[in-house]
Design a binder for this molecule. Structure first.
Ligand code: GLU
Length: 420
């Protein structure tokens, strides 16, 4: 495990995207120098009483990349591969996601190196509460606002909110977003990332005069993001050819009945064994012929090794960092349009922002209002990216990062460097 955040592949990938975009928009070199590094990184030991009474110590992180535009914002990931460098890369992406989407928020990310599928509910609660307590005043409604990411969910956010509130002495719903609706969560937050993926898909298709009905999509990853992307695509008439999770993939040339697959997964935990489809491997799934490929799981799944075999027209990134820079180059040369992560999966943080705003005002909106406002922001961002892509003749990833860096650059120059 690397102890230097700058060494990891995802962090290096992210910085390269940033440097390329900065060159395209002619970014101030002093600004670039600053945004290449996170502002602060916290590492905590998280001792947990396991069900057999033994104590295990896990390592937790919170990386705060930038607070130029507002409080740090970003999810918390529980996964066995989490390390400082990965969290730093994800925190950096959050800064640029919030900036691109015009939100008054900075970027941060947290994580614990743990396989959450191996924890009981009590162990996961103990882990979450102790991690929250170790972070102490480093998080807070005006400081740094966590949310769900891989391996965490609304229940996890409820435990964080409760722990933080207990320590402060009064209810502090604004400390996290992605909470259950009963304790101040927003309608629409749970499905927001998947819905944003589908709004982005619709925009991408429209650039080629294509429509949703009958268009084929393959979804890699069937967690919160993948399930909702598949469901909202299905509801709009898309033919979902295949989906996959850690257990493998399932394929049906006639299209999967997604509500039925979700029922199966809710009962059996994994897609493996779903009766009305053929099993396929994750590798086969990525190279299926389709219109849209939506990677909605981990980073670095589309690489130099498989990019030339990918057989789709659009890649819509539900995950953060699923495509390496080498693969992006190969795919762009093959005229495959990539809707990059900071744009395509922005629906989650947009509705997190709405949740935070609704909480601050103690006034809650209908799901329809939430979804419409989210659509406005994400499609507006798409148009902005498209415009820069056309103007500078670059790929969508460079254009998205360029547009994002532009806003952050202006804000940083206005605020200046303290002390001078
Ligand atoms: N973890 C999500 C992301 O990567 C959501 C972050 C948030 O809602 O703050 O964008």
């Amino acid at each position: 495990m690397s102890m230097d955040y700058a060494d990891g592949p995802m962090f290096k990938n992210t910085i390269k995207i940033l440097e390329d975009a900065a060159a395209v928009i002619n970014c101030d070199p002093n600004v670039l120098e600053r945004i290449k590094r996170p502002k602060r990184a916290i590492i905590v030991s998280v001792p947990v009483r396991m069900d057999d009474y033994r104590v295990k110590v896990f390592t937790g992180y919170r990386v705060q990349h930038s607070s130029t535009l507002g409080p740090y914002k970003g999810g918390i990931r529980y996964h066995q591969d989490v390390d400082l460098s990965e969290v730093a890369a994800l925190a950096t992406l959050m800064t640029f996601k919030c900036s691109l989407l015009n939100l008054p928020l900075g970027g941060g990310k947290g994580g614990i190196r743990v396989d959450p599928t191996q924890l009981s509910r009590t162990e996961k609660q103990n882990l979450t509460r102790r991690y929250t307590s170790e972070l102490g005043q480093a998080i807070g409604p005006n400081v740094d606002i966590p949310a769900p990411d891989m391996g965490t969910d609304p229940q996890t956010m409820a435990w964080i909110m409760d722990t933080y509130s207990q320590e402060m002495g009064y209810a502090q719903p604004g400390v996290v977003t992605g909470k259950p609706v009963e304790i101040g969560g927003s309608l629409g937050r749970n499905g927001a990332t998947g819905l944003g993926v589908i709004f982005t898909t619709e925009k991408a298709l429209a650039t080629q005069n294509m429509k949703m009905p009958g268009t084929t999509i393959v979804v890699q990853g069937f967690g919160n993001v993948g399930q909702h992307a598949a469901l909202y695509g299905f509801e709009r008439g898309m033919k979902v050819l295949a989906v996959s999770d850690v257990s493998g993939g399932i394929y049906n040339a006639g299209g999967l009945d997604i509500p039925d697959v979700i029922r199966y997964v809710t009962e059996h935990k994994v897609v493996k064994g779903y009766p009305k489809a053929e099993p396929i491997s994750n590798d086969q799934l990525l190279t299926l012929k389709c219109d849209v490929l939506a990677p909605c799981a981990m980073e670095n799944v589309i690489t130099e090794a498989n990019a030339s075999k990918i057989d789709c027209k659009f890649i819509v990134e539900g995950a953060n960092g699923p495509t390496t820079n080498e693969a992006t180059k190969i795919l762009s040369d093959r005229d495959i349009m990539i809707c990059p992560d900071i744009l395509a999966n922005g629906g989650g943080v947009i509705v997190s922002y709405f949740e935070w705003v609704q909480g601050l005002q103690h006034y809650f909106w209908s799901e329809e209002e939430v979804n419409n406002k989210m659509k406005q922001i994400i499609t507006g961002a798409f148009d902005k990216v498209w415009e820069l892509k056309t103007e500078k003749k670059v790929d969508m990833r460079t254009a998205a990062m360029g547009s994002s860096v532009r806003r952050l650059e202006r804000a940083m120059l206005l605020r200046g460097l303290y002390p001078r």
